[in-house]
Design a protein around this ligand. Structure first.
Ligand code: FDA
Ligand code: NAD
Length: 437
């Protein structure tokens, strides 16, 4: 037991939520030695979204690199480099994977056999990628087939990009990773082909009309899109390097590099049988308390009550990772001081950027949709959006190319669930509708 280390607070996971939680602990008042962050990654918490955008840029002037994107710059705050944690007496225990948890004994055990004891635990283990090898896709373990989740993944990809300049890349998946990485690779002058099974990209959020704009924009940039089929296998050369992607429809697409983005899965396995789960995540209340006293779960792993829609949901996006982390720390402190805290009342907020494009979405994408604006993909400055209307009220709003004020207005109408009398009128008004509230 010589290796036992004890902390009042431990955060397991050193990603986005961990970084924002550390800042909040410091704001609320923290003594040196009270808090430890234990992370499998070798670096201090950083803004993960950079990995599929600026980090992949081969142009050294445009490339995002640490320390540039340590948390909390992503939301307009100050950067927290490793020295910040040192100054505050927060232990960053990096390169350390927790492999066993005993919530009853309040202990965590690392792969190297170290034992950590906590009084309060925040689970912030995030997600891991779904792999094609999980579905036993033939040849999916070939070299130069990449996934993107952590800095180390991005570093390997960047190294390979440098060695295959002007080569061919196939992107498997038409979701967030697919769309962002396809753009980054095209900017790097690669020949890019995207392959995805659905009839349009980002079907979880985009309407066919919204998707048609992005597909056409990408095609104008020289990206080839193959829809409605999946990769069923990979060809490799004698060195075991991927050379082709075999599609279900019989075609084979040449490739020097393959990047796969077919979804993520929350990392909850360590806690199986010890915590209540719901909808694939760790069940929490509106303070991110789990079913075990003193144990909190935030970010991608938490299934929490979404007050606005009166149901529990899990959210795999950075804005919620930041806000849930802050809420959990506030709840821990409120609990200690016996003060009141309002329940989490989250308005979903998702965004993406690629090429010169930038969209934001607020609220819920359910009900009827009303499209507005200029979605000609050849326009110099395309600007369009969509409202989602349910029971006569706006519940969600999407905008490409909006200004900060316009995006704020969309957030407001979605939060307030503003009533709509006439859909034709709404279509005519477009953005004007939101600006009235
Ligand atoms: P996060 O994944 O950030 O951190 C989890 C940490 O826990 C990791 O450091 C991991 O190594 C560690 N860990 C896991 N198990 C462990 C163990 N057993 N022991 C020790 N450490 C362990 N969202 C968005 O809204 N806009 C965007 O543009 C993007 N872009 C984007 C790009 C890419 C490439 C990815 C992968 C994801 C995004 N996202 C995004 C999603 C967003 O990044 C994600 O929702 C948050 O990072 C979630 O924050 P968490 O802190 O919950 O997990
Ligand atoms: P995703 O869920 O956004 O997209 C998955 C896509 O994979 C689907 O749309 C589909 O086209 C495709 N797919 C599914 N099964 C397939 C198969 N067998 N073969 C080929 N394609 C298949 O997931 P992702 O893009 O992998 O992103 C991973 C995680 O990272 C998610 O949590 C996401 O929220 C997060 N992320 C978010 C952003 C952002 O918010 N801007 C950016 C990057 C990543």
């Amino acid at each position: 037991l010589g290796m036992l280390k004890s902390f009042k607070y431990i955060i397991i996971g050193g990603g986005v939520a961990a970084g924002y939680a550390a800042r909040e602990f410091n704001r609320q008042g923290l003594k040196p030695g009270q808090l430890a962050i234990i992370s499998k990654e070798a670096v201090a918490p950083y803004e993960r979204p950079a990995l599929s955008k600026g980090y992949l840029n081969l142009n050294p002037k445009a490339a995002a690199r640490l320390p540039g994107f340590y948390v909390c710059v992503g939301s307009g705050g100050e950067r927290l480099p490793p020295d910040w944690y040192k100054e505050k007496g927060i232990q960053l225990i990096l390169g350390t994977e927790i492999v066993k948890v005993n919530l009853g004994l309040k202990t965590l055990i690392s792969a190297a056999g170290e034992i950590f004891k906590f009084q309060r635990l925040i689970i912030a283990t995030g997600s891991t990628v779904i792999r094609l090898t999980d579905f036993k896709v033939e040849g999916a373990d070939a070299k130069n087939i990449f996934y993107l989740r952590e800095l180390e993944d991005a570093n390997k990809l960047v190294e390979t990009i440098k060695m295959n300049q002007n080569g061919k890349v196939v992107i498997v998946g038409g979701g967030y990773i697919g769309l962002e990485v396809a753009a980054a690779m095209r900017i790097n002058d690669f020949h890019v082909t995207m392959v995805y099974p659905e009839p349009w990209c980002m079907p979880r959020l985009f309407t066919p009309t919204i998707a048609a704009f992005y597909e056409s924009y990408y095609e104008n940039k020289g990206i080839k899109i193959i829809k409605g089929t999946v990769a069923i296998g990979f060809n490799a050369n004698v060195n075991g390097e991927v050379k082709g992607v075999k599609l279900k429809d019989g075609r084979v697409v040449e490739a020097d590099i393959v990047v796969v983005g077919v979804g993520a899965r929350p990392l909850t396995t360590l806690f199986k049988g010890q915590l209540e789960e719901e909808k694939g995540g760790i069940k929490t209340d509106g303070f991110f308390k789990t079913s075990v006293p003193g144990v909190y779960a935030v970010g991608d792993v938490a299934t929490f009550p979404m007050k606005l829609y009166n149901e529990s949901r899990r959210v795999e996006h950075v804005d919620h990772a930041r806000k849930s982390a802050e809420q959990a720390v506030k709840a821990i402190k409120a609990n200690e001081t016996g003060t009141e805290l309002e329940e989490y009342d989250y308005l979903p907020y998702f965004y993406s950027r690629s090429f010169e494009l930038s969209w934001q979405f607020y609220g819920d994408n359910v009900g009827e949709t009303v499209f507005f604006g200029d979605n000609n993909s050849l326009s110099p400055k395309p600007k369009f959006g969509s409202y989602w209307i349910k029971d006569g009220k706006v519940v969600g709003a999407f905008l490409e190319g909006g200004t900060p004020e316009e995006n704020k207005a969309l957030a407001k109408v979605s939060r307030l669930k503003c009533p709509v009398e006439n859909l034709d009128q709404l279509k005519k008004e477009g953005l004007l509708f939101a600006s009235k509230f």
